[in-house]
Each structure stands twice: as structure tokens, then as C-alpha cells.
Design a protein around this ligand. Sequence first.
Ligand SMILES: [Fe+2]
Length: 175
Amino acid sequence: MLFRQLYEPESSTYTYLIGCEETGECVLIDPVLEAAERDLTVVQELDLRLAMTIETHIHADHVSSAARLRSLTGCKVAYPAMEGLACADIGIKEGEPVAVGSLSLRPLFTPGHTDTHHSYLLEQGGQARVFTGDALLIDGCGRTDFQNGSADILRRPNASESGPCRSIMKPKAAR
Ligand SMILES: [Fe+2]
């Protein structure tokens, strides 16, 4: 597996690149518009093909580069299905894994920051990584007072959902 953590300083967003070395496919989780070219350069340097962008939720603090990357590369655009977005090629649901070559991302429904927020669990080689979006930040969580968020329904990603694997949370940076 190829893995990169990419940082966009204006919105303090971490974008994650996950690549399958067997097939050359990769995905970007929560890519940022201003960093689209930078991210594509990383994809090309790793000799990967961008198969899909995946969002944890609709972002209020930055614009996703999903549409731009789709126009540049032909990749698919995936959002939580609950958003009902006409622009999405793929609707993501808990219980329906997303394949990245030979790798598999498990969507976890983690509402609270927004009412459709999903995190993604990746188990590989005895390790689990959880890409938490704004459901879990470094030293906090995303605000719950708009975008249909609610502290009452907050469900943070649970490392124990990865079973016996050693888990590493991959949160967004705190602002
Ligand atoms: Fe957010």
C-alpha cells in the first residue's frame, strides 16, 4: 500500500492518498480545490492512477477539488449517499465497502459534525487506519452547530471497530 498525508494550510485540511501497489489505483480522501494540481503531481510521482475522490462530508470551510480532479483525470466522485448529490458518481453507505484496487475502505456512519458524515476504515497488514474527517480532530471534533449537525447524535469513529488490528486515527488538524 502507498499512503501519503497531504496538508492544505488555508483550511487546515489533511487530504489522504491511498494507493494500491498491485493495480496502481489510488483514491484521495477530502481533497481541496487549491491543492488539486499539487495532489495530482503526487499521484503521478507515485506512478498511480486516480480512480476516485471520496468525501467524508460536504465541507463548509473549503471547496472540494473533486469536480476539478474528475475533469482532469476522469476519476469518479464519491460522497455519502445520504447527501443525495446529483454531481456524485458513487453514493457511499455504511456496510458497503469501497474497493481501491486490492484494498478496501469500510465506510462508518459518524454523524454529529453533519448529519451525513462518514469516516473510513482501512485495514491492511495488521494495521487499521481510520480517516475521521471532522468527526474527530486533533484534540477535539468538528463543530456541531450547523450543517444539520448535533452533539446529541455525535458518533466518533471507534478504533475498536477494526477488530484485532492496531488502529491509527487519521484526523483533520485542529483549527
Ligand atoms: Fe467539516
